[in-house]
Design a protein. Sequence first.
Length: 443
Amino acid sequence: MPGQEYRQAVEEILSIPKFTKEKHDFGILRSYLQALGSPEQGIRIIHVAGTNGKGSVTRMLGGFLQKAGRHVGCFLSPHLVRINERILVNGAEIPDDAFAEGYRAIKKAQDENGLPQLTFFEVLFILALLYFHTENVQDAVLETGLGGRLDATSSIPADLFVITEIGMDHEEYLGSTIEEIAGEKAGIITGDAPVVFHTQEPKADPVIRERAKRFGCKAVLDCGKYTRTEDENGLRIKVNAQGIDFSFRNDYDMYNHVLLPTRALYQVENAVTAITAAPFLFPEYGKEELQKLIRAGLAGFFWEGRMEEVRPGLYVDGAHNPSAAEQLVKSISLLLEQGTWKETQLIFGASGDKDIKEVLQALAKIPWSRVIFTRYEGDRAASLEKLEKLAKDIFSSGTRVSSAGSLILAMKEAQPGMRREDVLTVVSGSLYLVGEMKRGNYA
């Protein structure tokens, strides 16, 4: 039965460890692709890497392409509710039967060619390429999984490289300094295609440029120069009831009053990156035509779990590293300035391998009335004891700190406040926590 085959495929894939230092040689991945008919051929590839923002930029670029009438695939991670969320064609998730069919083809190629078992991410990457080929996708925007240099997505040539914000995360796999992590992210640059980057970290920029120089990239554009200054090229932002209105100038054009329908300030930086990359996707477009396309694409932008208001006064955001937490604080601070909130609540749960203390130190810049620690389901979740120990002396004496053994219990504790219109509640610390909230319909 098709449904049973899909469920079995998902169960088998989810049983493969998601994080491992051991990655296959690209030769093995290419052997799989060759055995499957080289599904990547004939597709224009846009490759996106970074610590934060790469998923948003992937969706934005996909949105531009879709608005232009292109048949576009997006490969994303992680998923919040269903694994199908990782593979999209024209914004729609891969159907269950196509998912099962693709996995069956991968297993057949493995058995017939004596190939080794793929990792979790590698399976999904090849499955995505198979589906894109079946659906006659013209452009594929690929979000890197972990790092870039050794990531499965780097096993095929790309026509455009995009690198977003770089910060400290996954240090056990990528390195202990910004420069080392930037080197891993810059590893997606494997050819002379143009490079657009917005690391928001000056120490990372020379690493990107050196890698691009090594491969003789046709163009190298740093979006940071358009957003780091307050001069005529700087970024100008206003927030209104519809979202964020921003203006900026890059080397190509001046963009006045572009609307982004979100309260997440960090998405403006991602939009600048996507806009700066857009001329490489549409070289045949004039400035006026491209402006119209970009505005239409951003007007329909939505990214679940990123400063998402799931109901009035209740926001969820998967900020899971220090730089993402800093960005989240800016958005929450703006909400507090513009709203009539009398109290604030934070429901926080994180993965145990994250830099939780630094994340909490960033979040503590918000005057929380109450903080409720919790844990999502899964072995990677940090224990309540660890969260309580790390949070000691971080929050002000006026903050009530408590713990709840599960998300549903944490939501029950926060419920009295959520019934009030003057209480702002934020759920954060991990996309796994956000995903569990959406699966359980706690919102």
